[in-house]
Design a protein around this ligand. Structure first.
Ligand code: NDP
Length: 436
């Protein structure tokens, strides 16, 4: 990264401090750790170990002397998987291009402009599910187990692609006139590479960040889940267990919700604040499809029957989480778009924008995070108690949202100054009522 010369900061792109994720050391660690964890989850949770943590001595690093054995490294590569992965990305771009969709404006960017986005992620999902359903109806569950069989090759494809794309985006961000993320213009290339340097890279009207945030990874996650369910059905005489049905249903519903409410993403931190760097690229393209599907993969070779008591209980938990998540996100998005049908109380800040102080946002600073956490827990709970590994997701997600809350709080403190203190006095709890 040292080959790039950093141009002096301008008024529009002020120099930032490398202060998040524990600075340069933390972002360097994240850049290596995130891909490593995706692989590690495969090696500690697979059918040979029955989905339970295996003894350390059978892990590749010990058993195959992985770090020094080139043939082990080559076993991570799968040319067919790489080509299919590229075809999947191309299909998503083609769908964005061809399928009809309204164009909507995002929030105002600090150069005074507003970006326009094409809204057709939901129709892309429907088209894809139509094709997949047709395939399974014609060919049976065995016709859609390919993702399960090529897991590690697909992980490698997504990680390599994420690195390449992030490197290209980083280099391109040095061109004249690019608008940088306020947090991604530090002195450190390593830090900027992770956090994201350019705010909204695009090719003509094709906005890269929102496209990758919603489509190949999220829709890919649903396909991965369906493939895991097919694998279980093949092993299970053509049927799937209640736990697999719940996991696939819940996670598909989560993706349906995100894509159906596509415009809501334009007020999120990822789109408004963060640059498009390795953090979002690897998160969207590798982490989401291959770690969020951990429960379904675990269940593929480890069927769990929840029975008539746990099934409705877990379903109810998911429903409560979804209600909090959707109602609070819709309340804020609507309010930010100028709607306030329930006449919620708000405070007007010195900066001019308003903060809700009643309704969901008068209850907690991040009610949407609470709902999201409850849902994630219900996905993990659906795998039963045989192994702790499927609970990795709730553990990681809790850390992610606590950290995200801290980042957002710092941002809001900068944005709103004294008004943020007034708001937090009125709404003291951040995510968990009466606890935090
Ligand atoms: P939020 O949707 O919580 O947005 C935070 C912003 O909302 C603040 O910066 C502020 O921006 C505005 N805001 C804060 N308080 C108020 C208020 N009282 N009234 C009005 N506006 C307020 O954060 P995220 O973008 O982090 O999350 C969006 C969703 O995405 C969440 O549901 C989260 O759970 C989910 N998510 C899911 C992930 C996953 O991997 N599954 C990963 C990350 C997020 P401003 O005032 O400038 O409008």
């Amino acid at each position: 990264m040292g080959i790039l010369s950093t141009p002096p900061a301008s008024d529009l792109n002020p120099r930032s401090a490398a202060s998040e994720f524990f600075g340069v050391v933390g972002t360097c660690a994240c850049t290596t750790l995130v891909p490593s964890v995706i692989y590690a989850l495969y090696f500690v949770c697979n059918e040979h170990s029955g989905g339970c943590p295996p003894p350390l001595t059978v892990l590749p690093i010990y058993a195959h002397n992985a770090l020094t054995d080139p043939s082990w490294w080559r076993s991570l590569w799968d040319t067919q998987a790489f080509l299919v992965y590229l075809a999947w990305l191309a299909y998503n771009i083609l769908a964005w291009w061809i399928l009809p969709g309204d164009w909507v404006e995002g929030t105002q960017i600090r150069n005074g402009t507003k970006k326009r986005y094409k809204i057709n992620a939901f129709s892309t999902l429907l088209l894809t599910l139509g094709i997949v359903t047709g395939t399974i109806v014609r060919g049976g569950p065995e016709s859609f187990t390919w993702i399960y069989e090529h897991w590690i090759g697909l992980v490698t494809a997504s990680v390599i692609y994420s690195f390449l794309q992030a490197i290209v985006l980083y280099v391109v961000s040095f061109r004249e006139g690019s608008l940088l993320a306020l947090g991604g213009n530090s002195e450190s290339h390593i830090y900027n590479f992770w956090i994201g340097r350019e705010l909204n890279p695009s090719i003509c009207s094709f906005d890269l960040k929102s496209f990758f945030e919603l489509r190949p990874g999220l829709i890919g996650w649903v396909l991965v889940d369906i493939s895991m369910a097919c694998e279980q059905a093949v092993r299970n005489g053509g049927t799937i267990t209640d736990s697999m049905a719940l996991v696939v249903l819940f996670q598909t519903a989560y993706v349906f919700d995100a894509l159906y409410n596509e415009p809501a993403i334009f007020t999120t931190m990822d789109i408004v604040t963060d640059g498009f760097g390795f953090m979002l690229t690897v998160g969207d393209l590798a982490w989401v499809p291959f770690t969020y599907s951990l429960q379904a993969r675990f269940l593929a070779f480890n069927p769990v029957n929840l029975g008539p008591i746990w099934t409705p209980l877990i379903f109810t938990l998911q429903a409560i989480g979804y209600w909090i998540f959707r109602a609070s996100n819709s309340e804020k998005d609507g309010f930010r778009m100028g709607r306030n049908p329930k006449n919620l109380t708000f405070m007007t800040t010195e900066r001019g924008s308003k903060l809700l102080i009643s309704g969901w946002w008068g209850w907690l600073q991040h009610p949407n995070y609470l709902g999201d956490l409850i849902m994630t827990f219900s996905w993990c709970a659906a795998t039963g108690l045989k192994s702790p590994i499927p609970y990795f997701q709730i553990t990681y997600f809790l850390i992610l949202l606590l950290h995200r809350q801290a980042r957002d709080e710092e941002d809001c403190r900068k944005k709103y100054g004294r008004d943020w203190t007034i708001y937090t006095n009125l709404v003291p709890y951040r995510i968990f009522p009466y606890v935090y």
